[in-house]
Ligand binder design. Structure first.
Ligand code: B12
Length: 133
């Protein structure tokens, strides 16, 4: 837990705690827990294994310029394997490239711009309810 607090973006932690307070389950998976990015094939295999175990309705990326290419490569693999899984981006990089990303990258379903504290619960609730039925 301490590792996640030290390494994970504060924005992600804030949003996860809002979901938790509202009884919507979510899991934060930092890239370093998935694997070593220099061995990308294993990194992808590990990511698929993690997602296969939990089968989330939504995968959300906190995007930053230094890792946006990784987010997008992983998102493409996820969408190919699970077309019904929604892929969402938030954070500074998708914020500034929101129009270009949505226009050019078909496997990104939503981009949440700006701060997310007021958006996260109303945005996630319908997906959560759909999953409960
Ligand atoms: C604090 C900070 C850091 C801290 C991070 C501490 C931490 N654990 O979070 C430190 C010093 C470690 C850091 C390092 C780096 N940083 Co920095 N950092 C910032 C800073 C000043 C504030 C970020 C912040 O916490 N904001 C407050 C939170 C609450 O807002 P937020 O992050 O935007 O998150 C909100 C939204 O994005 C949205 N959101 C996000 N995801 C989602 C998902 C959904 C579904 C929804 C609805 C909403 C949503 O909701 C969140 C909560 O409101 C910003 C500049 C700025 N003023 O924003 C730069 C900034 C984010 N950093 C930046 C960069 C480049 C880096 C480094 C890569 C620099 C480097 N070369 O090493 C490293 C990366 C380190 C790493 N691997 O994590 C850039 C990113 C630019 C970009 N286009 O991506 C920024 C924007 C600075 C800049 N103007 O260049 N950084």
């Amino acid at each position: 837990m301490r590792d996640i607090i030290v390494s994970e973006a504060m924005g992600t932690l804030q949003l996860a705690s809002i979901l938790k307070e509202n009884n919507i389950s979510c899991k934060i998976v930092p890239f370093y827990q998935i694997g070593d990015l220099s061995d990308f094939d294993t990194f992808i295999k590990n990511a698929i294994k993690i997602l296969d175990e939990s089968k989330p309705k939504i995968v959300s990326f906190y995007t930053r310029c230094d890792v946006y290419h990784i987010d997008l490569m992983l998102a493409r693999v996820i969408k190919d394997k699970w077309p019904d899984m929604y892929i969402v981006c938030g954070g500074p990089q998708s914020d500034i490239t929101s129009v270009q990303t949505i226009e050019q990258i078909s496997f990104i379903d939503y981009i949440c711009c700006g701060v997310g504290e007021k958006t996260i619960y109303p945005f996630f609730l319908p997906f959560w309810l759909e999953n409960q039925i």
